[in-house]
Design a protein around this ligand. Structure first.
Ligand code: HEM
Length: 462
């Protein structure tokens, strides 16, 4: 639901004060803003939950306002996208320049009609029709494990989510291309994130090593998207709802269908947004369960109570602990460490003035681990999401899917897929984690920095 926050506008009394400037030395700030997890946390620890980073004159580098309070998150994300636009933020401008216009990076005017076109395919009711593909993807991954084998949970979950996404909405077997897609995404997005984090950049046309790798990666993704589109146009029976919706969409600005280039830009985004994020969530959940065997056993009992058959969306209400484990994984390891908005006019955020054209960055990672908001925040405790223990918690302190009008369009898809996959895997195999920690990297989204090895032992669902 879009929340209007006009009552917080500038001009209200008391007059809002500017966000305090960060006290760290300049060079430390420059370094820290480029590290989405540890760096941002260091800046927040030094400057408080609302802190301003000034890296140069405003005409050259926009001021960055870091936000890690529930009220601050609400005041930024809860506004209409027209007033706080993600499409005008630096990261999205860089993404648009490399990968073309898509739902994630389009500025407000062009985003709204696109979102209206695609939203119906991702409602809770609609995504339940993809459940068969999701469950089958999990079964085929876990079914391929040899009893006692050591597997890389990260690679396995990536295969799983690419397979589920490819078969459910794109009409293709993406998992056969997991390595190629993964590398191409990494190269493209590392360049986007690097440029967004630097105060000043060389021109985009300069063929640096990063630029050439990014272009190659982006070309690979667009070639694959064009293949998918061609196959769907030729084969009228192919089950590819997302591709068909894009083919049938009419751009309200031109009154014409989207061009093939526009459709491919969108397909590339879905390959990015639709697999990496869910895969990290599943990997983190399985790794955690591999250390908390008691909770793993409780999930297994939950699954066993449903009988020996493929799980369906109707089973989700009976999989309460499975869902809580996923929420806890999303809290401790949010695949998007934060999100950005560019205010198009001066706004008030948690009592402070945030000027138009600054970069307002809400850190989910910091919000999710704040000891003032969570009891023992670093402890893996899925039952903190039981209704009786969630009373009084602000919905703006837990934001794995973002918030407001530009929140994740794939949240129901992701939660259904992850729930069916986690329950299917834990029902089929016993997981023992071999890694004591889960080091994170943020080439763009949050991912495991190294293989996440685990011993898997086959079990019968009975
Ligand atoms: C656990 C899995 C996922 C997480 C944690 C996640 C998280 C997010 C976040 C934080 C945003 C930005 C929200 C904001 O700025 O307020 C976003 C946007 C988006 N996500 Fe997801 N996502 C996930 C899975 C998916 C899936 C499965 C799909 C598609 C099938 C998807 C498609 C998108 C798209 C298209 C956007 C841009 C939406 C817009 O601006 O209209 N995501 N996601």
């Amino acid at each position: 639901m879009v929340e209007m926050l006009e009552q917080f506008e500038v001009g209200a009394s008391p007059v809002p004060v500017p966000v305090p400037k960060n006290p760290l030395p300049y060079w430390r700030q420059v370094k820290a803003v480029r590290s989405y997890i540890d760096g941002i946390q260091t800046l927040l620890d030094a400057g408080g939950p609302l802190t301003r980073i000034v890296l140069g004159p405003k005409w050259l580098v926009p001021e960055i306002v870091l936000i890690a309070s529930p009220q601050g998150a609400r005041d930024v994300l809860g506004r209409t996208d027209e007033v706080a636009d993600r499409g005008r933020s630096r990261t999205m401008v860089e993404m648009h320049a490399l990968m073309g216009g898509n739902l994630l990076d389009l500025p407000h005017e062009r985003w709204l009609p696109r979102r209206r076109t695609l939203q119906p395919m991702f409602t809770k009711r609609h995504v339940s029709r993809y459940a068969g593909h999701m469950g089958a993807a999990a079964q085929s991954v876990a079914g391929g494990w040899r009893d006692g084998a050591v597997v890389d949970l990260d690679a396995e979950c990536r295969k799983l989510t690419l397979r589920a996404l490819g078969r459910s909405v794109l009409g293709t077997d993406l998992d056969q291309r997991a390595e190629e897609v993964g590398q191409a995404l990494r190269d493209s997005l590392t360049w986007v994130a690097d440029r967004a984090g630097r105060p000043v950049n060389p021109p985009r046309w300069l063929p640096t090593r990063g630029q050439r790798a990014a272009r190659r990666g982006n070309d690979t993704l667009h070639r694959l998207a064009a293949e998918i589109l061609r196959a769907v146009r030729v084969d009228l029976d192919r089950d590819a709802p997302l591709v068909r919706a894009l083919i049938e969409a009419i751009d309200p600005e031109t009154d014409r269908p989207l061009t093939d280039d526009e459709i491919c830009h969108e397909l590339v985004l879905f390959m990015l947004a639709g697999h990496d994020t869910t895969s990290t969530t599943l990997t983190y959940a399985l790794w955690s369960l591999g250390h908390h065997r008691d909770i793993q056993q409780r999930i297994r009992a939950e699954v066993a109570a449903l009988g020996e058959r493929a799980l369906t969306p109707e089973d989700v209400p009976a999989l309460g602990l499975t869902v809580r484990v996923l929420h806890e994984a999303l809290r401790l390891c949010p695949p998007a460490a934060g999100t950005m908005r560019t205010p198009t006019r001066d706004i008030v955020v948690d009592g402070h003035l945030v000027e138009a054209e600054s970069m307002a960055l809400v850190s989910f990672y910091a919000l999710h681990r704040d000891p003032a908001l969570w009891e023992e925040p670093l402890r893996f405790d899925p039952d903190r999401f039981l209704p009786e223990r969630s009373k009084g918690r602000s919905r703006w302190q837990y934001l794995p899917f973002g918030g407001g009008p530009r929140s994740c369009v794939g949240d129901h898809f992701a939660m259904l897929e992850a729930t069916l996959a986690l329950a299917t895997i834990v029902g089929a195999a016993d997981i023992e984690s071999l890694e004591s920690d889960f080091p994170l990297d943020t080439p763009f989204t949050v991912v495991a920095a190294r293989p996440v090895r685990a011993v898997v032992r086959a079990r019968s669902r009975a």
